[in-house]
Design a protein around this ligand. Structure first.
Ligand SMILES: [Zn+2]
Length: 238
């Protein structure tokens, strides 16, 4: 019985290592965080690019409008001087049109100046966003790769421990004891705990002296009254 308990305690070393490895794998979140940060930078880059394109489009459209208005104004001007206008009414109408067109051209040109300034600002922002995106791409790739390598190494380590554990478990002869140990593991980390300094190694709660005595002297399993772990009695040197 006592030998069985020591055997279990040795088996638990493998289980604790596997548990620790699983916790380390679970704690690997830097890659996911990097992906989120990268996605945010990419979205911002796309928004800045879209803004620049819309300013450029508006600028082109205004330039075309001003060009068309200028052609119209030149044609009206020609009509005034080339003799094609014959009546004072027609002349007045043409002059009115020219004034109106010149006003539109002036407004259009002012708008073009505004848009060129906006374009320049948008280009500066876009350049910065491009540089940031290049840096973020490199950074995120590096973080993800490093974490993947760590994860793969931990998984390989886990497989190795698992294989060693299986070999060890096969040697455990008391299958009932093994089953009990496994059922305790389902509830808490560690199925078996030493009594150390009068306390349960697992939950650190004081073990009643008669319980410790029972664990040491009896031939059946004695559980910690607090956490339910199998108690491994160790004779303490006094
Ligand atoms: Zn306990």
């Amino acid at each position: 019985m006592k030998d069985g308990l020591f055997g279990l305690y040795a088996l638990q070393r493998f289980d604790l290592k596997i548990y620790e490895t699983d916790e380390k794998i679970k704690a690997l979140t830097a890659g996911e965080e990097a992906k989120k940060k990268y996605a945010a930078i990419k979205a911002k880059h796309a928004a800045i690019k879209a803004h620049l394109e819309s300013v450029e489009k508006e600028l082109r459209s205004n330039e075309e409008d001003v060009k068309a208005l200028s052609t119209k104004a030149e044609n009206a001007q020609k009509r005034v001087y080339d003799g094609s206008i014959t009546t004072p009414k027609e002349l007045a109408s043409a002059e009115k049109e020219i004034i109106y067109l010149k006003d539109c051209i002036e407004k259009g040109e002012n708008k073009i100046v505004e848009l060129m300034e906006a374009q320049s600002r948008a280009e500066t922002n876009f350049k910065a966003a491009e540089e940031l995106l290049v840096k973020a791409t490199k950074w995120a790739k590096a973080v993800i790769k490093k974490e993947n390598d760590e994860r793969e190494a931990l998984k390989a380590e886990r497989e190795k421990i698992l294989a060693e554990r299986a070999e060890y478990e096969a040697k455990v002869t008391d299958k009932a004891l093994l089953a009990k140990y496994k059922s305790v593991w389902k509830r808490c980390v560690g199925g078996i705990a030493k009594i150390e300094g009068g306390r349960c190694e697992g939950c650190k709660t004081a073990v009643a002296s008669f319980t410790a005595k029972e664990a040491l002297e009896s031939d059946h399993i004695v559980l910690c009254e607090n956490c339910g772990r199998i108690l491994l009695p160790v004779e303490e040197n006094k």
